[in-house]
Ligand binder design. Structure first.
Ligand code: ADP
Ligand code: ADP
Length: 236
């Protein structure tokens, strides 16, 4: 069964048709890269998966469960939506860290507030997640004392500490200086190798070609091709 099943999804911004009958199956334990020109609807589609954007018709199912709606046209109650979102981690272009908290506190905060862990238990899990992204020696640093690449790795640690079943990445390296892109992609690659289900909107064609299991190419709101990276990039 698919981790995420997207069926005939349409999305409008006013009169603008941003997603047109999009069909896509996200296989569990695999990396799906969403590529395509700027403005083609990649971010919109990604945000529909966790219902940060409401889609207007069609279905998105996560592990078989309809996301965002109780029934066609009837939105899900806030509590149920939050429950479903708990299994989905998201990393944005902007890192969105709290400036007054250390790296460890940034990661622990959600575990305390959302998961209800004790401070000690949360900080233990935060330390594990930060070690995993190679920041075991920077846990006490505030964001202002971390590079962009390190800050994005804290954001990834914050997401994986919640033990999501699915990770969504929206252009995670686009705000970084070129020399810092590789360290973030390498952390993502390590997560992929552990079998994390990932959907990644990216302009990093090297990552899409070498790390993705499936590449979906969008153009003007339509998914125009879904295939292996070999087929999409015509690699030998
Ligand atoms: P991509 O991620 O491929 O760059 P987006 O999903 O961000 O594309 O945007 C797709 C289209 O929808 C663009 O033309 C964009 O201008 C439009 N769009 C995105 N968000 C909004 C919004 N909140 N209101 C109106 N139009 C939007
Ligand atoms: P681009 O071609 O967009 O500049 P790169 O080729 O530098 O991107 O690769 C981006 C990321 O993709 C790398 O950091 C690495 O994680 C992964 N990657 C690139 N080439 C390979 C490869 N041959 N084998 C495995 N992973 C690779």
């Amino acid at each position: 069964a698919s981790a995420v099943e997207i069926r005939k999804v349409n999305k409008y911004y006013g009169p603008f048709h941003a997603l047109k009958d999009v069909d896509l199956s996200i296989p569990p334990g695999k990396v799906t890269c969403l590529i395509g020109p700027s403005g083609s609807g990649k971010s919109t589609l990604l945000r529909c998966i966790n219902f940060l954007e409401e889609y207007d018709s069609g279905e998105i199912r996560i592990d078989g469960k309809l996301m965002g709606y109780e029934a066609p046209g009837r939105k899900m109650a806030g509590r149920k939506l939050r429950e479903m979102r708990r299994s989905i981690g998201m990393v944005f272009q902007q890192f969105n860290l709290w400036p007054h908290m250390t790296a460890k506190e940034n990661v622990a905060e959600g575990l305390i507030r959302v998961r209800g862990l004790s401070k000690a238990e949360a900080e233990k899990r935060a330390a594990e997640a930060l070690t995993k992204v190679g920041l075991g020696d920077k846990m006490g640093n505030h964001p202002s004392r971390l590079s962009g690449g390190q800050q994005q790795r804290v954001a990834i640690a914050r997401a994986i500490a919640m033990e999501p079943r699915l990770m969504l990445f929206d252009e995670p390296t686009s705000a970084l200086d070129p020399e810092l892109v590789g360290e973030v992609l390498n952390v993502m690659k390590a997560l992929a190798n552990e079998g994390m289900t990932m959907v990644v909107v990216t302009h990093e064609m090297g990552f899409a070609a070498h790390v993705a299991d499936q590449v979906a190419f969008m153009e003007k709101g339509e998914l125009v091709a879904v295939d292996s990276p070999q087929a999409i990039f015509h690699a030998p």
